[in-house]
Write a protein that binds this ligand. Structure first.
Ligand SMILES: [Zn+2]
Length: 326
């Protein structure tokens, strides 16, 4: 039986059920939070709020989420364990990797592969050892193993830092078989950078999710990446600032019409709490929450001709296939 690592341990891929492939629980800036703790407020209140939101998600029929919160996004697994222990009906897959659009974090500035080679390290890139350890041994002594690798490339493209992280993620995948999710900027066709680097590293596209693909309505571009074998993360439902509800949903409708339901996964990229946004500003994004797909998106897709079978493919079958090696 094929399994995937979750916060509570391995789960059979056939048991994952309806899965949202990109949802955060907390997105935090730890050194700001440590010095300005009033922003976060009361720990118990925050944990209880997350438990309530995730229980509501589980009650809506979603069985699994993938939380791609890694270094750069404030990953802290003990808090995630506290939350998930109180939501028994939901599996949470956590991730390893590094999130940057530009430079590597300062921690890595002078811990380069060149220095690693000078020091005679068997694996000169320190990130590879860290990511592989999270997948095989567990994260920071918690016993929780990462089930997904994560990196990012945004509008700035393949900067030195972005490329270094992406190649470290690719090599960690080759060692472990762990699937990869990449934050992309599809309007500037950054998926093509991912395609080139992964090909150079020998990574199969069928093990890579191109996140935030739904941020564009360029269905020809998305179709080409899907036909090359990548998974399209239509994973920001509810973030309707630069786009609209209909534009996002219609992109999925059109890709389904083109026969590509078997290349898409769905999610919101939502969080119970994200310190990147002033809480008062979140009022401008009333649809950005875990229940939006179930409440609004799926009924809309059905009205536009997407079948229940295609919805099951995107929400159940495709996540399972990703965790079974693509
Ligand atoms: Zn995200």
């Amino acid at each position: 039986m094929s399994t995937v690592e979750t916060v509570r341990g391995p789960v059979g891929t056939a048991e994952l059920g309806r899965t949202y492939m990109h949802e955060h629980i907390f997105v935090l800036t730890p050194d700001v939070q440590q010095n300005y703790p009033d922003v976060w407020g009361d720990e118990e209140t925050r944990v209880a709020d997350a438990v309530a939101k995730l229980r509501a998600l589980a009650a809506s029929g979603v069985r699994t989420i993938v939380d791609p919160t890694v270094v750069g996004l404030g990953r802290y697994i003990p808090r995630i364990q506290r939350v998930v222990d109180q939501v028994p009906d939901l599996n949470v897959v956590v991730a390893t990797g590094c999130y940057t659009y530009h430079d590597v974090p300062f921690f890595f500035h002078h811990r380069t592969p060149e220095v690693g080679e000078l020091l005679g390290h068997q694996e000169p890139e320190p990130m590879v050892g860290m990511f592989v350890g999270d997948i095989t041994d567990g994260i920071a002594g918690t016993g929780v193993r990462a089930g997904m690798l994560k990196c990012a490339v945004d509008e700035a493209g393949l900067t030195d830092g972005v490329e270094r992280v992406m190649r470290a993620v690719a090599r960690s995948h080759l060692v472990t078989g762990c699937p990869i999710t990449v934050h992309t900027h599809p309007e500037s066709h950054r998926g093509l950078d991912v395609q080139r680097v992964m090909a150079e590293e020998g990574v199969q596209p069928s093990t890579v999710v191109l996140g935030h693909s739904g941020d564009t309505t360029d269905v020809d571009h998305l179709s080409a990446l899907a036909e090359a074998g990548f998974w399209l993360g239509m994973d920001r439902f509810g973030i309707n600032l630069a786009t609209t509800f209909e534009a996002r949903a219609d992109t999925v409708v059109e890709l389904c019409r083109r026969g590509l339901a078997d290349r898409m996964v769905l999610a919101h990229d939502a969080a119970c709490y994200i310190d990147w946004v002033d809480p008062d500003a979140l009022a401008f994004m009333p649809q950005w929450h875990y229940l939006h797909i179930g409440q609004k998106v799926l009924p809309y897709l059905r009205r536009q001709g997407v079948t229940d079978e295609q919805i099951t493919t995107m929400l159940v079958d495709n996540p399972r296939r990703i965790f079974e090696g693509g």
